[in-house]
Each structure stands twice: as structure tokens, then as C-alpha cells.
Design a protein around this ligand. Structure first.
Ligand code: BES
Ligand code: MN
Ligand code: MN
Length: 462
């Protein structure tokens, strides 16, 4: 029987081409203009699971986009791995900054990916990483080495908050029963140094609206005499951080866990080069909360960021106008123990209280979710580490990530099982940005590493 390494070598062109076909379908969940494409992608994922060898693959309808579910139960007395991933992608905007069209995948070489990387929206987040699991499963079926049961749950609304997945999970606890949840939707340190994500931040996402006069006004005739909603909004937003870049919302830090100096020293062992970090982003300096270093600021600390701000005239040339309304989209990244719904309330109360007479303020909550931390002494973590050690030649380092996959905390609550985050992307892969890509090395290495996770997980479960 051939091993996974030679199977990957033999089939890599097909693996790449199949992923390219999947990436051609623009499954943007945020924009209803793409709704048929999102549905078509669910069908394509379903077909790929059937072809790889799943039994009972179904499209599970929800109030939003469907969830693709498939399983292969070889023996109910053996452990079960639940694989989660998402087939929806972020909007491609700003499209003019892509060097090749976002839904016409091409392979290009980069400094970090000398073997080439597939450039397309969703290449890394998450179609490419999700599809590694389908191909690893194909190998285990073909080689008769699947050591346990597998369930796949691939959703189409991760990038818009997984609102309907929540209901699906709550209503299907028995169907989704498992011993470990396996997700590849995060990153690793580098192609030489694998890491396992042990933490995700929570999220509270809101939209704010400041209204002044009932119509746009001439900025000469009315300027100085009425509140300008854009000026006011800018002032309100600026006041949300103090001079040390702490967030000023009362109660915001109440439940934030302070890590011990030992834990922080442990975190500091992960390789990080500040000069390279700045260089990669063309920054003359870094910025952030006083008292914490970069790797802490973007993982164990909560944040508040404006994601978009608009109002008034932004077209060509100048128009003298005082806008009637100003808007902003604001995200707060949260750490474990911060309750996202409570944070949304604290924000709403505080932000509304900042409004001076002369304007009115509305806060509209979008979505949110809890943060997550996973222990490193679980069977799942150990199995993942053994798998990485075998394929990369060095053990993986545990890293808490700054990103969010809000459904992971809900999985633990409803399904009572731990999630192992085996990510194969790199921070430089530009997820959510123009020119998103996924290294061919990473894609194939992922396919190679995943079956070893299954093998060691089952061995350690005995
Ligand atoms: N895959 C990402 C999250 C991620 C990326 C976590 C890299 C860790 C490392 C996921 O698709 C994502 O983008 N999540 C959103 C949250 C969601 C509610 C829109 C995020 O983090 O902004
Ligand atoms: Mn993702
Ligand atoms: Mn994403």
C-alpha cells in the first residue's frame, strides 16, 4: 500500500486542479448578488465529499445558506472526528488592488512560496484548507487506512457570523456527536516552524449611526451653527481609547484574564522578528496598548477597531456640505471570559452616552461570539503535535491567535468536545485582503499531515 507522501506526489496536480475549480465559484456570503454562487459551491462541496468516499452526504437547509454534512461511520465503537470548515469567502474588494482576478485562480511564485501559491479569494480562508481534509479523507479511503469514524460539517456563513449554524448545532447534537473537532481555518508560524492555535478571540461587531440635521446642509450657511455628525462621530470614536491605548468603555476589562508572567514568558518563546514584521507591512513603527508586546496585543488582549467609516461627500473634487448622517462599523476582539453580549451592551450604553446635544446616536449590533482557549495536554493536541513533528521534522509551538471563529466556543458548549485548530496558512497569505493566496507547499503538507492526526488520535484514545 502506498503511503500518504507518495499518494500526494502522484495526485498533486489533480488536487490543485480540483481546488482551482472550487475557487472559481465566487461564494461571497456577505453580498446577496452572489447568492446562487454560494448555493452552487455547497453543491460542489457535496459532490466532492461523495466522490472522496463519504456515505450519506446531505445539503442541510437553514434560514440562510446550506450546511454540507457528510459522514463515514466504519465502526460505532471507534472514535469519531468531526471536521468543520467553511466554503463561503470574504468579498474580494477592493478589486482593483488584485494583480489577477479574485475568482480566476492562478499559481504564482512568491518569496515565501518559492514552489508557488494559488492566488484567489478563499484560497487559504477557507476553501483551500477545508479541501485538504477532503483529500486527506480520500487518501485514507483509497488506502484503506481510515482508523475511525469521520463527520464533515462545512458551512457557508462563517464570514457573516455563523448565525444559522448555531441553531443547526443546537438542534443536531446527537447527529454531530464526536470525540474531537478538527478545523483547518487558522495559520501557523512559518513553513519551517509549524504551530497549533490554542486560542481564538471572541468578537462583538456593531454599526453606529450619528444623525444631525434632517438633510445635508450648505457648509457655509449652516457651518458652525449646527452639530456636524462626522465631526462628532470622529470625536466619539477617538475618545474610545486613552493615551495608553486602553479602551475607555466602563467595565470593558472587568472579566479579562491577566496572564501570569510565566505564561507570558512562555508565549514570548515563539519566534517573532519585529523588524521583519514592520518591513512586511511597510510600517515605520508599531502601535498598541501600553504594557504589552505585539504578540500579546494581537492575542491575549481585547481590542476595539473601526472597520469602516463613511458619510458626506467622498466623490471627486470638493463639495461644501454638512452631512445629515455619519456611520461607522466597529469590531471589538474579545478574550476568553468576556461575554460578547455583555460587551455589546456596555459599548451601546457608553457610546450613546457620549453623544452631545445636537445629534442622536443609534447602535446596531451585528454579530459576535465567545473566545476560546484549548489545553495542550489533551489527546487531540498531542496527536496534532505528533503529526506535525512527523511531517515538518520539528514539534509545533502552541500559539494563541488574534482571529475569531465564534462557533468554536459554541461547539464546546453544545457538543462537549475540544477543538483542535490545525492551520496551515501563513499571516502573509493575505486572507481578507487583495491577492489572497495559499502555498502549494502548505496545501500538500496539510493533506500529508491530516491522516497522521487521525492515526495518532486513535492510537492515543485506546
Ligand atoms: N479563518 C478566519 C479566522 C482566523 C484566521 C483565525 C486566521 C485565526 C487565524 C475566519 O474565517 C474569519 O475571518 N473570522 C472572522 C470572524 C467572523 C465572525 C466574521 C474574523 O476573525 O474576523
Ligand atoms: Mn476562515
Ligand atoms: Mn475569514
Amino acid at each position: 500500500m502506498e503511503n500518504i507522501k507518495s499518494y500526494v506526489q502522484q495526485h498533486k496536480d489533480r488536487f490543485i486542479n480540483e481546488l482551482i475549480e472550487l475557487l472559481k465559484i465566487p461564494s461571497v456570503s456577505a453580498d446577496t448578488a452572489y447568492s446562487q454562487d454560494v448555493i452552487d459551491t455547497a453543491d460542489a462541496v457535496k459532490a466532492s465529499l461523495e466522490k472522496a468516499g463519504c456515505d450519506h452526504v446531505e445539503i442541510c437547509e437553514t434560514a440562510g445558506y446550506p450546511i454540507v454534512y457528510g459522514e463515514k461511520i466504519i465502526d460505532p465503537s471507534l472514535p469519531t472526528v468531526l471536521v468543520y470548515g467553511h466554503y463561503d469567502v470574504q468579498p474580494p474588494d477592493p478589486i482593483e488592488l488584485w494583480t489577477s482576478p479574485p475568482f480566476e485562480p492562478v499559481i504564482k511564485k512568491t518569496e515565501i512560496h518559492p514552489e508557488g501559491a494559488i492566488f484567489a479569494r478563499g484560497a487559504c480562508d477557507d476553501k483551500g484548507q477545508m479541501y485538504m481534509h477532503v483529500k486527506a479523507f480520500e487518501y485514507m479511503i483509497q488506502s484503506n487506512t481510515l482508523p475511525c469514524n469521520v463527520k464533515f460539517m462545512i458551512e457557508g456563513e462563517e464570514e457573516v457570523g455563523s448565525v444559522n449554524l448555531k441553531t443547526f448545532v443546537e438542534n443536531n447534537v446527537e447527529k454531530l456527536k464526536n470525540d474531537v473537532i478538527l478545523i483547518s481555518d487558522t495559520g501557523m508560524i512559518s513553513n519551517q516552524q509549524p504551530s497549533i492555535t490554542t486560542g481564538l478571540r471572541g468578537l462583538s461587531y456593531v454599526e453606529v449611526e450619528v444623525t444631525g440635521p434632517n438633510r445635508d446642509l450648505h457648509s457655509g450657511l449652516y457651518g458652525g451653527a449646527v452639530a456636524n455628525p462626522i465631526n462628532i462621530l470622529a470625536k466619539m470614536i477617538a475618545s474610545l481609547h486613552d493615551e495608553n491605548n486602553h479602551i475607555t468603555i466602563p467595565g470593558f476589562y472587568d472579566n479579562v484574564e491577566e496572564l501570569s508572567l510565566e505564561e507570558r514568558a512562555e508565549m514570548a518563546k515563539a519566534p517573532f522578528n519585529l523588524e521583519n514584521y514592520k518591513k512586511a507591512l511597510d510600517l515605520n513603527d508599531i502601535y498598541g496598548e501600553k504594557g504589552y508586546v505585539t504578540n500579546e496585543r494581537n492575542s491575549i488582549r481585547p481590542t476595539l477597531d473601526v472597520n469602516g467609516i463613511w458619510g458626506g461627500y467622498t466623490g471627486e473634487g470638493a463639495k461644501t456640505v454638512i452631512a445629515s448622517k455619519a456611520f461607522a462599523k466597529i469590531s471589538m476582539r474579545l478574550v476568553p471570559n468576556q461575554e460578547w453580549e455583555q460587551i455589546t451592551e456596555l459599548f451601546t450604553k457608553h457610546f450613546t452616552s457620549l453623544a452631545p446635544a445636537g445629534v442622536t446616536v443609534k447602535v446596531k449590533p451585528h454579530h459576535g461570539g465567545q473566545g476560546y482557549v484549548t489545553p495542550i495536554d489533551s489527546i487531540g493536541y498531542k496527536a496534532a503535535n505528533m503529526a506535525y513533528t512527523e511531517t515538518f521534522g520539528v514539534p509545533a509551538i502552541p500559539v494563541r491567535s488574534g482571529g475569531s471563529i465564534p462557533i468554536v466556543a459554541l461547539f464546546e458548549k453544545e457538543l462537549k468536545s475540544k477543538t483542535i485548530l490545525m492551520g496551515f496558512g501563513l499571516d502573509s497569505d493575505a486572507i481578507h485582503s487583495p491577492n489572497e493566496h495559499f502555498g502549494i507547499f502548505n496545501y500538500l503538507k496539510g493533506i500529508e499531515t491530516i491522516p497522521l492526526f487521525y492515526k495518532y488520535f486513535v492510537e492515543l484514545s485506546k
